[in-house]
Structure formats: structure tokens, C-alpha cells
Design a protein around this ligand. Sequence first.
Ligand code: PLP
Length: 393
Amino acid sequence: MIPSVLPTYSRAPLSFEKGEGSWLIEADGRRFLDLGAGIAVNALGHANPELVAVLTEQANLLWHTSNLYQIPRQQELADRLVEATFADTVFFTNSGTESCELAVKMARKYWYDLGQPEKTDIIAFTGSFHGRSSAGIAAAGSEKMTRGFGPLLPGFIHLPWGDEAALKAAITDTVGAILVEPVQGEGGIVPMPDDQLKALRALCDENEILLILDEVQCGMGRTGKLFAHEWAGITPDIMMVAKGIGGGFPLGAVLATEKAASGMTAGTHGSTYGGNPLACAVGCKVMDIVTEPAFLAEVNRKAGLLRQKLEGLVAAHPEVFDSVRGSGLMLGIKCKVPNVDVVKAGYDQELLTVPAADNVIRLLPPLTISDDEIDAAVTRLDAAATALAPQDA
Ligand SMILES: Cc1ncc(COP(=O)(O)O)c(C=O)c1O
């Protein structure tokens, strides 16, 4: 008999009653150190008191009005994002995949309104992940996500990650945009090198096509800059955001330049819940905290510390681990044993990590993780690795 919850997830046999900072706590009091943060969502930790306070305050005032009316909190958050980024304008969604939907629509409408409706193709990259909506799965294009769901949304060209010659050859008159994650998350924590991101921007400029960045997982301070593309000193035309921006409350956004967004006039897009007062109250507080220069400096310092300890861990367990990669507090350990075994061995040590493609485990802790918690995390990973390969010890 089919379970009452549609069985689309393979869930771990863990269930948490409450969260506190970097910790998730089961009903029996077992405390798990959370290096997954809800897959890069709880960027400021669980039950962050400042987020709880703004959410509670807003909940006592007003939950939902729809976008039929002005939403001052939404306006405030849009202004904050515009002030802090390349963007001139923002549309709010509730998730990353909804942000993907709009990014694709926006790019196509841009060319349509310019009188070049043939420029519908979007170049995307193998190993990428853009969500589970029809546009999201078509954009990523992997067999695993698309099989059985055809006909797929047409107009995506999939290229291998990092093949410059293939990229140049793929740019024809029907290509309107390139879509890329600056750091692939689900794909196994694969950062695109700064020079490649710069080259991508230059290629888009030369060919007058739009650059769409998916910063759903790598954005909002995760890599030590507010957005990951800042490391390369480039800006996109359109950017997808979600996850960390709501700190655990469902919130996403599409940020765009005035030019790229020029086709999106009244009536061309909408969302019942997108940008609701609850989400935007939390989003404003997340922005307050993450845009503090001292906050990002701390993310970078802690990222250096964690990375250094992980390099030591990998060296100590050469039969279990291969290498460390990533950017900021978006780190991956490529494993030699099956990554899911490492994740499970972590559960035995009351440590949560997240598997990704390419046999990688992802470490995406709350950006607020403390030095002591970093120590504890590495100690627990060490115990998990020892349990998997006792001969290493
Ligand atoms: C890079 C990226 N894009 C899009 C998505 C989809 O986001 P959501 O699950 O909120 O729809 C994800 C989710 O993991 C992601 O990592």
C-alpha cells in the first residue's frame, strides 16, 4: 500500500524535535551536530533567536495579503538586495526551482521583446541541479531526473563542465543565455574556477547573450562573499536565489538587471505566496546579519579552519577519503568508500552530512558554527572514518 506521504524521498531513520544553533535534537535528547543545515538552508542555525523574534513579531501582525496589495516588507527586502548586489530589480519566489522557472521565462521574454524570438536556447552544464520543476529538470537534463517525465521543456543545450571549445561551438543564433551554478552543489561541490567564470562572462558579452547564475545553494554568504560570483569579480544578468535567504523559512528570489528584466511587465509573472510578509520579515533580518562585514569575515576564518582540519582528516584516513574541495563553508569530501556509508557512519557519531554526486559528502554547516563545533565535527568525522576502516587508526 502506498504510504500516506508520497514515497519520493529515501529518508534516514532520524526524526528531530527541535533545533538549537548547529544542533538538531531528537525526542529522546540525542543531539546531532548538523553539518547539512537543511541542505544549506538554515544558514544562521536552528531557532536563531533574532529570526524567531522577527518571525513571531510579523506572525502577530500579518501573515498574508497576496501580491494584489503593497507589501512593505517585500519592498524593504528588494531594496536591500538591490543595494547589496548587481541587481536593479527582484522578484520573490518560495523556492529555488520557482526561481529557475522565472529565470528561464525572463531570458526568453527579453529576446522576444527585442524582436529575436528565436533566441530561446539556454546552455546549461552536466552535473548541474536547478530544481525539480519542469524547467528545472530540463535545465539540468540528467537522465536520473528526467526519465519518464517527458515531453521535456525544450531549448536546453547540455555541455560538459569546463569545456571551453564545446562552449564556443555551441553558441549559435538561437542561444539566448547561459545558465550555471558558480559552485555545483548536488553535482558534488564543484567550484567553477574564477577564470572560467570570468571567461563565461566575457563570452556572454561578446555574443550579447545573458548570463544566468544559480546561487540557490552557494549564495547568501555560504562561500564567504554575499554571493559566490563576487570572488570572480563578475556580475550576472539574472541570478536565482533561495535556501539561505530565508534562513529556514521558504523564500527564494530572482535578481536581475533592468535590461534583463525588461520583458517582465505587469501580468507576465506572479506568485500567490512569493514575497509574503512572513518570509520577507525573516529575509530582511537574514540580510541584516549576513551583510555585516564582520559576519562574512568570520565565515571566511571558520572556513579556513574547517578546511585545514579536513585536510588533516583526509590525510589520516586515506582508505576512506580522497580529497577536500569547495569554497567557504560549502565543502565536499570525495570519498573512496561509498559516500552514503560515510553519511550513515556519521549518524552513529551523531553527526549529519549530506551526500552529493561524484561520491562526495557535503558539509554545509550553519554559517554561525563555532570553533568548538568545528572541532567536534572533525572529531566525529574521524570516528566515523575509523569505524569504516579501523585499520587506518
Ligand atoms: C543550485 C540549486 N538550484 C536549485 C535548487 C532547487 O531549489 P528548491 O529545492 O528550493 O526548489 C537547488 C536545491 O537543492 C539547488 O541546489
